[in-house]
Design a protein around this ligand. Structure first.
Ligand SMILES: [Zn+2]
Length: 411
């Protein structure tokens, strides 16, 4: 769940102004407290008509397959990707344009924070356009649930900003993919709220904080991270929370012991064990899991990358298929591309001896000069490795962030 919102009063007023379909005065925008670091697209609310549009003919809204699914971004075969599925609730037929805008703003904000920026090609993104018979969702405490397809509501478990969805209904609308997928439900609301770490990640699509909320909630969902704020539950079963201090962490080699003393390149400070008011320790003084708009601290960034690699392996394919090959083919591998200058490393070896690939990116090797004598064999291996120093767990790197393929050239 997102941290408490100090700007709640101002933002509620902003929501009221929006609902009145008036243009938000610039002065009111300025009155909102500045986030600690603005990452992602402008935080301003999208000024579109959020008021009730004419209701469409009533259909069986919970019927699977009733809503069109639109591919927004395809980076590779869904079998070797994580698919993010964005679904809307409380958006009428006439408000699907608003949903598309708010969904785009949300995923772009997510891809604007590391490590998601660098690893964005590990994700496919699609959008499911769920038409609601009513505009908006239940916002008040104890309000009667409106009949929206995903059943989204605030005041989940008695907490105002905890936004929940009917997970079964959301899953039915999302449908299946060949690989793992995460469901992200946007509520047609400007109220402050969200949830992560459960079956469905939620956020208010129209909240001025929507981009920063998804950055926080996905930390729970994809990274299995806990909340670092003072009022968070005292559950230390997360990679970024501990019951022990730095000395004990080092002694017992637990939690983020490999990172202690490291300096965040993004100004996040030195990694240590900072005690929250709830008694738990966190890796840095502040982060996106404590305050919206921050960045992930180094142990959290590593945890997210590890969770991505538990689902997506670094090699999309090899041509020709690994195994015995005849003739003198060019051998080629396709590592999942990173975003930015750094790419996965490819190491080639012939009969165990390292050889350089003529390709600038190391992705292929010509075997014309390697013709084995009749009746002999030559073994060629290509090893793809993510050498990032954002991961310090070398056992994990060997197991999940490295892939080797082998061809046997037959004479
Ligand atoms: Zn949270």
């Amino acid at each position: 769940m997102p941290p408490g919102n100090p700007g709640r009063l101002v933002r509620s007023l902003a929501a009221f102004v929006l609902l009145s379909a008036a243009i938000l005065p610039a002065a009111l925008e300025v009155a909102a407290p500045a986030p600690s670091a603005v990452i992602g697209p402008p935080a301003g609310p999208i000024t579109a008509d959020r008021s009730a549009a004419p209701a469409p003919d009533r259909v069986d809204l919970r019927a699977p397959g009733a809503a069109p699914s639109v591919e927004i971004r395809r980076t590779g075969d869904p079998a070797n990707r994580i698919t993010l599925v964005l679904l809307g609730d409380g958006y009428t037929a006439g408000q699907q344009g608003l949903f598309r805008e708010e969904a785009d703003r949300a995923w772009r904000a997510l891809m604007d924070i590391e490590p998601f920026r660098t690893y964005q090609n590990f994700f496919n993104i699609r959008r499911v356009e769920v038409v609601s018979p009513v505009s908006g969702i239940v916002e008040g405490d104890g309000g009667r649930p409106t009949d929206t397809p995903l059943g989204m509501h605030f005041w989940c478990e008695g907490t105002a900003r905890l936004l929940c969805a009917d997970e079964d209904a959301t899953a039915r609308y999302a449908g299946e993919d060949a690989g793992p997928q995460y469901l992200i439900a946007l509520a047609n609301s400007t109220e402050y709220g969200g949830a992560g770490g459960t079956g469905v990640t939620t956020l208010s699509g129209g909240s001025p904080d929507a981009g920063r909320i998804i950055q926080h909630e996905i930390g729970h969902t994809v990274g299995d991270l806990g909340d670092e704020y003072d009022s968070a539950p005292t559950d230390a079963g997360y990679p970024n929370l501990a019951t022990v201090d730095a000395d004990e962490m080092l002694r017992s080699k637990t939690k983020w012991w490999r990172w202690l003393g490291a300096t965040s390149p993004d100004g996040g400070g030195t990694i240590g064990a900072y005690r929250s008011a709830n008694g738990l320790y966190r890796p840095t003084a502040d982060s996106v899991m404590r305050t919206l708009g921050g960045s992930y601290n180094l142990p959290s960034r590593e945890a997210i990358i590890e969770q991505i690699y538990r689902r997506v392996h670094p090699l999309d394919g090899a041509v020709p298929a690994p195994g015995p090959v005849a003739g003198h083919p060019r051998l080629q591998v396709s590592p999942v591309p990173l975003s930015g200058p750094r790419q996965l490393r490819v190491d080639w070896a012939v009969d165990g001896r390292p050889v350089a690939s003529p390709a600038p990116d190391g992705t292929w090797l010509d075997t014309a000069a390697l013709a084995p004598a009749p009746g002999k064999k030559i073994t060629v291996t290509a090893t793809v490795t993510d050498t990032t120093d954002w991961v310090r767990d070398e056992a994990f790197r060997s197991r999940y962030m490295t892939r080797e393929v082998t061809w046997t050239l037959i004479g």
